[in-house]
Design a protein around this ligand. Structure first.
Ligand code: NCD
Length: 327
């Protein structure tokens, strides 16, 4: 979809966020607004009473057609901390009756007066489809659709980078691993470029890099030693076996040999570099346990920040001045 169409679909007439489906089409100002609101919500999450009344009376439905631990839980906690009522629907994905199932589910939830749908679906475009068919008062948040987009994950990742490292323009960031199948990588690349990161690299074997990579404004590396040299941020990705059709990789062991993050390879980055991963991590496949649990890892911080970022997006989409009142 064209960035202009994405902009129109996601924003209200006055420019405020209505749906959050993709980073595509959204400006630097809006992304920065999300990060700034998340900053104030991070404060709420450190209090004894972790709750604000911003979305009291609103009903949020978590619609997960695909497995999830972190994303579903943090969306639920975010909604509860905003005082919304939450319903969780774990719907087994049906590849055949997709359109019908989605529309049927949508109409039923609208009949229950849900104000927001948080959608995860194995098909790319599912969240857009729901947003296009939703009632005018409903907001849709994409919690991951196929290989396409995972915008709240990208925002929590850039939030982590901003908190840990500050000014994006001075940073060198490397995204390492299965870029081809990763909706997270696609959204991260859009967000980091929109926020004007100094240099963005992707590091992966040829078979795990999408054809359009060079048009995405990234530097492509096939050798991890070159790719990690002097970077400030390393983002590791999971091998998405469930999305691989055919043998794209010889073995997980060989992948680790060539692309796994070990202490030795981490030493090629800047001494204060941080290690990130959206989870779930596979120890010994993408990264060594010692690195995952090491001093430079911020993987668990990312999870916590996910709540603040999701609170920001939900409150911006559901209440005119909701997020502003919180700060
Ligand atoms: C990611 C996802 O589901 O896209 N995980 C997440 O949301 N935390 C990445 C993955 O599954 O590897």
């Amino acid at each position: 979809m064209d960035p202009l169409d994405n902009r129109q679909l996601q924003l209200r007439d006055d420019g405020r966020l209505r749906h959050f489906l993709t980073i595509d089409g959204l400006g630097r100002e809006l992304l920065t607004e999300i990060l700034d609101h998340a900053e104030s919500f991070a404060g709420v999450n450190e209090r004894m009473v972790k709750k604000v009344p911003l979305l009291r009376g609103k009903v949020i439905a978590n619609l997960f057609f695909e497995n999830s631990t972190r994303t579903r839980t943090t969306f639920e906690l975010a909604a509860k901390r905003l005082s919304a009522d939450v319903v969780n629907l774990n719907i087994g994905a049906s590849a055949t009756a997709k359109g019908e199932t989605l529309l049927d589910t949508l109409r039923n939830l609208e009949a229950m007066h849900c104000d927001m749908f948080v959608v995860r679906h194995p098909s790319s475009g599912a969240a857009h489809f729901i947003a296009r068919h939703a009632a005018p008062y409903v907001s849709v948040i994409n919690a991951g659709d196929g290989r396409h987009a995972h915008p709240t994950q990208a925002m929590l990742d850039v939030f982590t980078i901003r908190r840990e490292k500050g000014d994006f323009s001075r940073l060198r960031v490397a995204i390492v691993g299965d870029i081809l199948h990763s909706r997270v990588a696609r959204s991260q690349i859009l967000a980091l470029n929109r926020l004007r990161v100094g240099e963005l690299r992707i590091v992966a074997p040829r078979t795990l890099i999408p054809e359009e990579a060079r048009s995405l404004g990234v530097h492509v590396f096939h050798d991890i030693h070159e790719g990690l040299r002097d970077v400030d941020v390393i983002i590791m990705l999971r091998l998405q076996r469930e999305r691989m059709h055919g043998a794209r990789l010889p073995s997980e062991h060989e992948f680790f040999q060539r692309y796994g993050l070990t202490g030795e390879r981490l030493a090629l980055a800047r001494p204060d570099a941080i290690v990130m991963h959206p989870g779930p991590i596979n120890r010994g496949v993408e990264l060594d346990s010692a690195v995952a649990d090491g001093a430079q890892s911020v993987i668990l911080k990312q999870v916590g920040y996910g709540i603040a970022v999701r609170m920001a997006v939900m409150s911006m989409a559901l209440g005119p001045d909701a997020a502003r009142e919180a700060s």
